[in-house]
Design a protein around this ligand. Structure first.
Ligand SMILES: Nc1nc2c(ncn2[C@@H]2O[C@H](COP(=O)(O)OP(=O)(O)O)[C@@H](O)[C@H]2O)c(=O)[nH]1
Ligand SMILES: *[C@@H]1O[C@H](CO)[C@@H](O)[C@H](O)[C@H]1NC(C)=O
Ligand SMILES: *[C@@H]1O[C@H](CO)[C@@H](O)[C@H](O)[C@H]1NC(C)=O
Length: 473
């Protein structure tokens, strides 16, 4: 009979769209009164009062009193809430629930049997749960932030903002999970890198509860990476500079030592040359012949201070003395001093040719014609030089080399082709070491050592090549 009545009532509730169902909202953890008041005058002794709790049409009797006596004492542990039977006579059968939990939500029905009929009241209880304060963490690897909050109901709205008022929520993803207690745990992830200092806040909104909880975090953008950058630069720059310095140093060392080694090698070769050789310089006064000899000796004798071995800048009667200057034990530089006037060779040739023919070595003597770049070549001069060249070839088998001195005075390039055309195998240009100016440099030394080396090489020209040259010309 009783269950039939309950069923009928529930049917009525459903049919009428629960229009007379009172709705109350309780916050999880709080205490709540579910009111049930009726006309006290109609209350009779022995008549029962009971409470049902229904969840999804599954109804359980939670209170049942008859004649003020608890009928459910055996189920005391499982039932929820408490009524005050001594208040029934006052028409008050309200249910008190302490520490409301999610399981307390649902439809409550209070029924009292009164004279003249039943009194029934329906109360729909909604339980909301307040989210715990959110935890905000920054991921170490990726530029992301995680905001998490537990044990709330219903699902929360999570928003992300900056202190500047910026809304970062569009960059976030929020997920809810329902835990066994019927509560939601929410996790929201914001993926964003900040270029400027910012305070990032996440807010968990429980809208029905009109409650929000916020947590903020100071973001100092790329400070770590900046520090790393500076650290890296602080180590890399000196290392790079060191390596660069090493490279440059090594290259300079190589360059110097190569030049140095080269000079030493040339000097060694000259000193070890054991064929008795006379280098014959032919030239007119003031063409720098003495200076050229001095230069060769100075370049060769690397350890010695400059000396006027060949007697440069001397006037008569010591002019062009000594005639021969020894370079090494076996190599001597001698000079054939011609007259300064136009026909400088024609007037001298017989005596010199005679002398050279008598000299044993002169079949292999390196002859060098010395010409200053200051002097222009006149037609007569050219003619004389050509005759000289032919005569030297007739004696030695080769045309003489040419040494153009004072190369910085006049354009040596004008003179070079003339001597090349005459058959001079080598045309050297020099800036001599002089009495006034003899600052030694590797480059200058090298030029004179090159010259001496070429002279030595000339003595080594094989006989057949000499013959070949003679036939050619
Ligand atoms: N600027 C320069 N002056 C030179 C050069 N060779 C020689 N002289 C100078 O020219 C003048 C004549 O040089 P010297 O060697 O005495 O000529 P020589 O008469 O042929 O023996 C001297 O004052 C030298 O200092 C050179 O290559 N450059
Ligand atoms: C009805 O609810 C009670 C307690 O609330 C539960 O033990 C029972 O399993 C439920 N029955 C159904 C059919 O859901
Ligand atoms: C009903 O009784 C309870 C318990 O004494 C009391 O706290 C409550 O205020 C009463 N309700 C009304 C509406 O009088």
């Amino acid at each position: 009979m009783k269950l039939f009545v309950i069923g009928l009532i529930l049917l009525v509730v459903k049919r009428t769209g629960v229009s007379f169902v009172k709705k109350i909202t309780a916050v999880r953890g709080s205490d709540v009164w579910i009111e049930c008041m009726f006309d006290a005058a109609r209350m009779r002794q022995n008549k029962p009062v009971w409470w049902l709790h229904c969840e999804n049409s599954n109804c359980t009797e939670i209170q049942h009193f008859r004649d003020g006596v608890d009928q459910l004492q055996d189920r005391a542990a499982s039932r929820r809430g408490r009524v005050y039977p001594d208040k029934f006579r006052e028409g008050n059968a309200s249910l008190f629930i302490e520490n409301v939990q999610m399981s307390d939500k649902g439809l409550y029905e209070c029924t009292a049997v009164l004279t003249g009929g039943l009194y029934t009241k329906f109360v729909e209880v909604t339980v909301l749960a307040s989210y715990e304060p959110p935890q905000l963490t920054e991921a170490l690897d990726t530029p992301s932030f995680t905001c998490s909050s537990r044990n709330g109901f219903p699902p929360a709205l999570v928003t992300w903002t900056g202190s500047s008022g910026m809304n970062y929520t569009p960059d976030s993803v929020t997920q809810h999970t329902l835990n066994p207690e019927g509560l939601y745990d929410v996790v929201s992830k914001l993926t964003r890198s900040f270029t400027e200092e910012e305070t990032v806040c996440c807010t968990v909104w429980n809208q029905p509860l009109q409650q929000h909880k916020t947590n903020c975090m100071r973001v100092t953008p790329g400070q770590e990476t900046d520090d790393q950058h500076i650290m890296m630069m602080a180590t890399l720059i000196p290392v790079a500079l060191f390596i660069l310095a090493c490279c440059v140093g090594f290259m300079i060392y190589r360059y110097l030592s190569k030049g140095h080694q080269n000079l030493t090698r040339m000097r060694k070769r000259i000193s070890s040359f054991s064929d008795d050789t006379v280098i014959v310089l032919i030239g007119r006064p003031k063409h720098g012949m003495s200076s050229l000899i001095n230069s060769c000796v100075f370049a060769y004798k690397a350890e010695e201070p400059f000396a006027n071995w060949a007697g440069a800048e001397k006037g008569p009667p010591h002019y062009a003395q000594p005639e021969e200057v020894p370079l090494t034990e076996h190599i001597t530089i001698t000079r054939a001093l011609l007259q300064p006037e136009d026909r400088f060779w024609t007037s001298e040739r017989d005596s010199y040719l005679d002398k050279w023919r008598k000299q044993v070595q002169c079949s292999t003597c390196p002859f060098v014609f010395v010409q200053s770049c200051i002097n222009k070549l006149t037609a007569t001069t050219k003619d004389e030089i050509q005759k000289l060249f032919e005569d030297v070839r007739s004696v030695s088998g080769s045309y003489p080399f040419t040494a153009l001195t004072m190369k910085n005075f006049e354009n040596a390039d004008e003179l070079k082709p003339f001597f090349k055309d005459l058959g001079s195998k080598h045309v050297f240009t020099f800036h001599n070491y002089t009495m006034q100016e003899h600052k030694r440099s590797a480059k200058r030394d090298e030029e004179f050592l090159d010259f001496v080396s070429a002279c030595i090489d000339e003595t080594l020209v094989p006989e057949f090549e000499t013959v070949h040259l003679r036939e050619n010309v």
